[in-house]
Design a protein around this ligand. Structure first.
Ligand code: NDP
Length: 329
């Protein structure tokens, strides 16, 4: 990578979800004048969520996109620059770190905060990709409206699956939740809501073996896990809610991460395996993955970056003083 003529910043934050924007608010207030690269999906996963009931401070909940507008407005109020684009490559081998924006523009940064979040996982079936947007979706709040009075299915057994399923009952005639086990991973309150919803039923111990339809989804080929017995479920929509994949591919060469791609951070901090690079939010959190924990770790990353810069600066200053003293003899 050629770093000549690069724009040089103290702190670059990659990602503009709950983690990245909170990091921006704190970094800006610490006078770091952060540059936030918004990425392909600004706002992160909350933009595809309906009512967020568990983010503290909102008695009646708040719509996900609205919450993210507030985050962004607050970050912009201080000296944060938000820039559209995607970081397509990085070089963390030396400082300042080198980042490439949209495959062409070169950026340098003294510290980098990674807040790239995670992307919904898919089942990996061939027809799933082909029928994406034609019956197959990972976002009920985005696409649920198109399934008025239809029968639809959701695959998964976590909070996201039940949240999607409950949301879909507003439009669909009936919603099937297909789960590979007989026990849900979702929180008890979500389970209660789902079990009490008459338009929703569960298909247990079952996996989606194939997705049927030429131009649009017509049904699902299901397989009972224990007996391998197959059946066809005629539905017009399939919502896949089986977890997420951290968006960390471009950092693989540089940072230590687990087998699923979650970036390792040191205990009780956001320090990664490279000094000066910090990670927060769903890119490094495989346990909690909540908006509020993402925001919390974004705050930690900004504080860690500020302190790291300070100590680094101090080291540089004391080095200069030491050299000056040595040469004055
Ligand atoms: P989870 O990892 O919690 O659940 C994923 C579900 O998908 C599991 O039931 C899992 O099955 C199933 N699954 C995984 N892979 C496959 C596969 N290949 N085929 C079929 N099923 C599969 O992910 P979520 O996205 O639901 O939630 C992530 C986090 O976000 C959680 O911490 C959750 O609490 C939180 N969240 C909170 C919400 C809220 O509070 N309103 C809303 C949405 C998410 P198995 O159980 O057998 O492993």
């Amino acid at each position: 990578m050629n770093a000549s003529n690069s724009e040089h910043r103290s702190t670059i934050i990659i990602g503009a979800g709950a983690a990245g924007l909170t990091a921006a608010i704190y970094a800006a207030r610490a006078n770091l004048k952060p540059l936030v690269i918004r990425g392909p999906k600004p706002g992160g996963q909350l933009v595809t969520t309906s009512n967020v009931e568990n983010y503290p401070g909102f008695i009646n909940g708040i719509l996900g996109p609205e919450l993210m507008r507030c985050f962004e407005g607050q970050a912009a109020r201080f000296e944060t620059e938000l820039r559209q684009g995607t970081i397509t490559a990085v070089d963390f081998s030396q400082r300042p770190f080198h980042l490439i924006l949209d495959r062409e523009k070169s950026l340098l940064a003294d510290t980098v905060i990674i807040a790239t979040g995670a992307t919904p996982r898919y089942l990996g079936l061939e027809n799933e990709r082909r029928l994406l947007g034609r019956g197959v979706s990972s976002c009920a709040t985005c696409d649920g409206f198109f399934f008025q009075e239809e029968e639809v299915a959701v695959v998964g057994g976590g909070d996201a699956a039940l949240e999607n399923a409950l949301f879909l009952t507003r439009f669909a005639n009936h919603v099937y939740v297909i789960h590979r086990r007989a026990r849900l991973r979702a929180s008890k309150i979500m389970q209660q809501l789902a079990f009490n919803q008459s338009k929703l039923s569960f298909i247990w111990n079952t996996r989606v073996k194939d997705i049927l339809g030429d131009d649009e989804l017509e049904g699902l080929l299901l397989e009972e896990v224990k007996t391998s017995k197959t059946s066809i479920l005629p539905v017009k929509g399939l919502f896949v809610a089986i977890g997420h994949q951290p968006n960390t591919e471009i950092f693989k060469e540089w940072l230590e991460m687990d087998e699923e791609g979650y970036i390792f951070t040191q205990p009780d901090s956001t320090y990664t395996s490279v000094a000066g690079v910090f990670a927060c939010g769903d890119a490094q959190d495989r346990v909690y993955r909540q908006a509020v924990t993402a925001a919390g770790s974004g705050c930690m990353a900004a504080i860690d970056a500020e302190r790291w810069l300070q100590s680094h600066h101090r080291t540089a200053v004391s080095l200069v003083q030491e050299i000056t003293v040595r040469f004055s003899y």
